[in-house]
Design a protein around this ligand. Structure first.
Ligand SMILES: [Zn+2]
Length: 493
């Protein structure tokens, strides 16, 4: 059995069988029932969501001599009339499929438009289904434009494309356009479950979920993957479980990747590399691994911000939460950016493995830098927090001269919630002003006299220094090419 047999077998045969496109089906059904069918349709959307199948269903339904309308107000071909019989045999003379990829010339289009002028032979409508229509040349489109603008009563064009942005606006504006939906993972799982029941395939829900995810919204890809997997797995006589799907699709289990990521983010390079060695055996292409890692970091960041947010993969929930708990949002965001950059690098790399190894090194490096920050001195931190609070108060009162004084002209010795100790020129009149303001907030000012010719370490210099020794600055400086700490410290905005 070829790997495309199920795709043909389970292709929708009427509008009622079309899945994931309910709005479109309703609109189209109503148009057919009310005999207001458009003369040109444009069906757009990713590959494998049923554009061509739907185009054929339109052709068959409009030509059926005995259309049925079911309870859901959906119109269905009768399957018995001469038109239906002819269509089902694949030789209806009035439903013509053209692959634009191989019929792009002006001459091809002239032949189409000339033939389109003749009345249909068997049905009511002559239906031209033009697939991959974006492949047609500009002059070919121009040759077709007049027929699209003034179509004979019996003519319907159905254009299908994955790349509508390549069509001339003059063509798009003359068509009734439908953007067909990508299938959701749930819709794909449901579709596959139905097929599994009919084909007596024994497979777990988690395994189906992996196929759904891998097919990225394309029902055709999902069905084709399911068929391949069941062909291989059935010969071994097994229930199809996650590990079988993973090994057939050459996917790495999330749990393994999550462990590797976790270890790297904790700075355990040796252990992380041991897992990478396992993963990289017999593997040449790593792009899928990076996509998975990116997704894991994304989920983890989300959990970090909103711990109650759902983790789709139940098996991973506990470990994702653990990783979110022990990693800062800063680490996660930078890791995400690093992986994203690596995905781009991979496209140009002749050999993937070294690129992935460097990525792992970078993640370990980031984790180590962040540790320095987390070991910071609590007393200093409190002191800075208190002094910044005082600066805020001064700014609120618009006492910018005092702000400037504290920032530049004195050295802060310590600052608790009740005492600010500075080293300054004792004769400066600003000391008394500052003392009076601080008193309002129950804080005392202690001024240690400044020795003659002594230099001070101003708060501004200390803050700049603090920024420049932080892990964030290193990252901004080394990875994002930020050169100087801007003088934002007195920004009153
Ligand atoms: Zn019929």
């Amino acid at each position: 059995m070829s790997a495309n047999a199920w795709m043909l077998k389970y292709r929708p045969k009427n509008l009622g069988m079309v899945q994931a496109q309910s709005t479109f089906v309703t609109i189209l059904s109503n148009a057919i029932i009310q005999k207001r069918v458009s003369h040109s349709y444009l069906l757009t959307g990713i590959r494998g969501i049923g554009k061509t199948s739907i185009a054929r269903i339109i052709g068959k339904t409009v030509n059926c001599s005995n259309q049925k309308i079911d309870k859901g107000a959906q119109v269905t071909p009768c399957e018995n009339c001469e038109n239906c019989a002819s269509f089902n045999k694949g030789n209806h003379p009035d439903i013509i499929e053209i692959d634009a990829a191989s019929h792009t010339s002006v001459d091809d289009v002239r032949t189409i438009t000339e033939n389109a002028a003749y009345k249909p032979l068997l049905g009511k409508f002559k239906v031209y289904i033009i697939d991959e229509v974006h492949m047609m040349s500009k002059s070919a489109f121009n040759a077709m434009l007049k027929t699209i603008e003034e179509p004979p009563e019996h003519l319907i064009f159905i254009f299908a494309t994955t790349e509508s942005n390549k069509l001339p606006p003059t063509v798009i504006s003359r068509c009734q356009r439908f953007n067909l939906n990508r299938f959701s993972n749930n819709e794909i799982v449901q579709l596959l479950k139905d097929i599994c029941t009919k084909e007596k395939v024994n497979i777990t829900d988690n395994a189906l979920a992996i196929i759904a995810k891998k097919s990225q919204g394309s029902a055709r890809d999902a069905i084709s993957l399911l068929e391949q997997i069941s062909n291989i797995a059935n010969t071994q006589g097994n229930i199809i479980e996650v590990d079988i799907v993973n090994s057939i699709l050459n996917l790495e289990e999330h749990q393994t990747l999550l462990s590797m990521l976790s270890l790297a983010l904790q700075g355990k390079g040796k252990e992380a590399f041991a897992i990478l060695d396992q993963i990289s055996k017999n593997r040449i292409n790593f792009s899928h691994i990076l996509e998975e890692l990116l997704e894991l970091v994304g989920v983890c960041s989300k959990v970090k911000l909103c711990p109650e947010s759902a983790v789709e993969d139940i098996d991973l929930k506990e470990n994702i939460h653990a990783l979110a708990k022990c990693s800062s949002l800063e680490k996660l965001t930078i890791t995400w950016q690093l992986i994203l950059n690596t995905i781009k690098d991979l496209k140009e790399a002749p050999n993937h493995l070294p690129v992935i190894e460097i990525l792992l090194c970078k993640i370990v490096y980031i984790s180590e830098m962040s540790e320095v920050k987390e070991e910071g001195n609590q007393q200093d931190d409190d002191s800075y927090k208190n002094i910044l609070k005082i600066l805020d108060t001064l700014k609120e009162k618009n006492l910018l001269n005092l702000c400037y004084y504290l920032m530049n002209n004195v050295e802060i010795k310590s600052c608790t919630s009740t005492i600010l100790e500075i080293m300054a020129d004792q004769n400066d009149p600003l000391n008394d002003k500052l003392r009076a303001i601080l008193k309002e907030n129950d804080t005392d000012l202690v001024v240690t006299p400044l020795q003659k010719h002594a230099t001070i370490r101003s708060l501004k210099n200390k803050l700049v220094e603090l920024v420049k020794t932080s892990s964030q600055w290193k990252i901004l400086h080394e990875h994002y090419n930020v050169k100087e700490v801007q003088d934002i410290l007195l920004n009153t905005q």
